[in-house]
Design a protein around this ligand. Structure first.
Ligand code: PHE
Length: 455
């Protein structure tokens, strides 16, 4: 395929190269879900057994829905609401829900993005060198409760997003992702090698890879499926929106499966970079969200060239978060451009302000609103639970229904094979999974997540 074939057709921008598109989608997928959420959720759910359930969820549900969403998005060639509702207007509702959920998601994702900037500065200035674990913990504790300070870093992180989005698909998203993603991979490999060569790392590897099924309950499965959705950016409109900027001359299954494999590899490697180090220093892997902000800095403070590796880690963290959050912002920005005929710049600024305001409750939940709980969850966790365990699987379910029960089978086939330009040997498997098995599994997950079904 030659690149010029992929370039702008009509007035709508398109990704310039296949590589650029794959890097952008992989950039959306690889993010805090891999580096922050995956290791700590694995920690909380007992290691190896969780990893296995997660891998099964990724390959049965995640990869299937990823292709479904890409197909819906590219077929729509527009915003996510239009894409879901193109043949049946009722399906505009899940399209709209995904847009709301992804905006809510961005509002708390930004906060963690902001934390990484603060940590990068602290680590590079040697603040963690030679201090005790208790002191590291109190740095974290004091930082997150200081809401005005966190707000400043959140705003800086958000502003970088706004700038990239204003620049557009090729000059902003494609360019940033094409530079950042390969660099991230190299950084990650260096970090894995550093972690695995620490004395005592072996136990961590064993814990990480050895399954203990006695810890598995219904909530483990909900968490694994929620994580599969989160990490592949599913049920959020992000895949559909990016695919809407992809030329019909590209093979969708190829692009989709390369992204699924890259993302899974990065998650597993991130676990390998983090968990052995955690064990080498005898800290509890079930630390929760603080894992990378408490445990890791104390480790970096104790190893040779720790400030260097630490700075590398948080730079990695920052860029991985950035290439994901831009894909979140792009969902609603595309909507405003298409539906409200708004200029890109104006749409990006308006949505950034919305995101910022929505971010106030989760931000404050670390500080003076920490006592507020709804359904037994703090505000930050409530946002996360609503997005990952409820909205994403619901929108994923809607996507499966759209492709297999609303569209004609031939329309779906033409879309995923680019009108028979590419052979897709797994078509029937994918189609039947999407039509029967995945919807049933998602309904079960949804019922379990909402507490209606108890397993
Ligand atoms: N996949 C991203 C991550 O793992 C999160 C994300 C979700 C991005 C939904 C876009 C849309 O961090």
């Amino acid at each position: 395929m030659n690149n010029t074939e992929l370039q702008t057709k009509g007035s709508r921008e398109q990704f310039k190269t296949r590589f650029g598109f794959i890097m952008a989608v992989a950039g959306s997928a690889v993010g805090l879900g891999n580096i922050w959420r995956f290791p700590y959720i694995t920690g909380v759910h007992g290691g190896g057994a969780f990893v296995i359930i997660y891998l099964v969820s990724i390959f049965i549900i995640g990869a299937t829905i990823a292709l479904t969403e890409m197909a819906i998005g590219r077929h729509g060639g527009s915003d996510v609401v239009e894409a879901y509702g193109q043949y049946d207007k009722r399906f505009r509702i899940p399209g709209f829900l995904s847009m709301i959920a992804v905006t809510v998601l961005m509002s708390f994702y930004n906060i963690i993005g902001g934390w990484s900037i603060y940590y990068f500065i602290q680590i590079i200035s040697g603040k963690f060198t030679g201090i005790s674990s208790g002191e590291v913990e109190s740095i974290f504790g004091n930082f997150i409760v200081n809401s005005p300070q966190v707000a400043i870093f959140t705003i800086i992180f958000l502003a970088v997003n706004t700038i990239v989005i204003v620049k557009g698909i090729t000059e902003g998203i494609e360019r940033v992702s094409s530079i950042v993603m390969p660099a991230l991979f190299v950084l990650l490999i260096v970090l894995v090698i550093r972690s695995l060569t620490l004395p005592g790392a072996k136990e961590g590897v064993i814990w990480y890879l050895k399954p203990d099924f006695s810890k598995v309950t219904g909530s483990t499965i909900v968490a694994a499926v929620g994580q599969a959705f989160f990490t592949l950016s599913l049920g959020s409109g992000a895949m559909a929106t990016y695919a809407s900027y992809l030329s019909k001359d590209e093979s969708l299954p190829k692009a989709t499966y390369s992204v699924v494999i890259t993302d899974t590899l990065v998650a597993l490697l991130a676990g390998l970079a983090i968990l052995p180090a955690v064990f080498a220093f005898g800290v509890s892997p079930g630390e929760g969200p603080g894992l990378v902000f408490v445990t890791l800095p104390s480790i970096f403070g104790k190893i040779p060239f720790g400030a260097f590796f630490g700075a590398m880690f948080f730079a990695f963290f920052f860029f991985a978060a950035l290439t994901s959050s831009i894909s979140m912002l792009e969902v609603s920005v595309t909507y405003l451009i298409e539906k409200k005929k708004m200029e890109r710049k104006k749409a990006a600024i308006i949505m950034s302000i919305v995101v910022l305001l929505l971010g106030i409750p989760p931000l404050m939940s670390f500080g003076s609103w920490s006592h507020i709980e709804i359904f037994g969850l703090g505000l930050f966790d409530l946002y996360d639970y609503f997005v990952s365990n409820i909205s994403m699987p619901l929108v994923g379910l809607a996507g499966a229904l759209v492709i297999c029960w609303v569209w004609d089978k031939q329309v779906a086939k033409d879309e995923v094979t680019s009108n028979s330009k590419f052979e897709f040997r797994l078509f029937n498997i994918w189609y039947n999974l999407t039509k029967y098995l995945v919807p049933i599994l998602l309904i079960l997950v949804f019922l379990t997540a909402t507490g209606i079904l108890k397993i």
